[in-house]
Design a protein around this ligand. Structure first.
Ligand code: CMP
Length: 161
């Protein structure tokens, strides 16, 4: 079996900004042992949202979703780790926050299925596309972190391709 370091994208949505939750959420990722390889604050424009939410364009909530996502800047973060897409999905919890497990980010900080404070990529393929959508190549960083040897066991590190 070979393991891969993969990347995933999260968006800290306008309600996370307004409710002063950025530090809390980023701290969770840091404490979990996820490596931040990209991070910036941006305003989302229609063209980018139309692309990002293309699969929702026929849904009745599409216009409201776009307005919400444009209501303040957001913070986009690229995270790296082994099986990080799945790890972050578990940390984030399901779309409808009020039924998310206590202990997950949505479970602890949100009640809504729309204003659910955070987005995370749902598959490795989508993560790659979303990182490309939100980050230029020069905004992603490849650097050594000193906790790496303690975050993963020797067999896991050796299996990395
Ligand atoms: P996310 O999973 O990050 O990406 C799609 C977003 O659409 C989702 O978070 C919510 O913010 C929003 N969304 C999904 N389902 C609904 C719904 N039924 N009503 C309103 N907004 C929704």
């Amino acid at each position: 079996m070979s393991l891969q370091l993969e990347k995933t994208l999260v968006i800290l949505k306008p309600d996370a900004m307004q409710r002063n939750l950025l530090g809390e959420i980023i701290t969770r990722f840091e404490k979990k042992g996820l490596k931040i390889v990209g991070l910036k604050m941006i305003e989302l424009e229609d063209i980018l949202l139309d692309d990002h939410y293309a699969h929702h364009k026929d849904k009745p909530f599409f216009a409201g979703l776009k307005n919400y996502m444009k209501s303040s800047p957001v913070v986009v973060i690229a995270l790296e780790g082994i099986e990080v897409v799945e790890a972050v999905r578990l940390l984030v919890g399901p779309t409808k926050s009020r039924i998310a497990d206590a202990g997950s980010i949505r479970g602890d900080y949100s009640m809504s299925g729309q204003t659910n404070i955070i987005h995370s990529s749902d598959s490795s393929e989508n993560a790659a596309a979303e990182i490309k959508r939100f980050f230029k190549a020069e905004e992603l960083f490849n650097y050594k972190k000193i906790d790496f040897e303690f975050l993963y066991g020797d067999e896991e590190r050796e299996e990395l391709v």
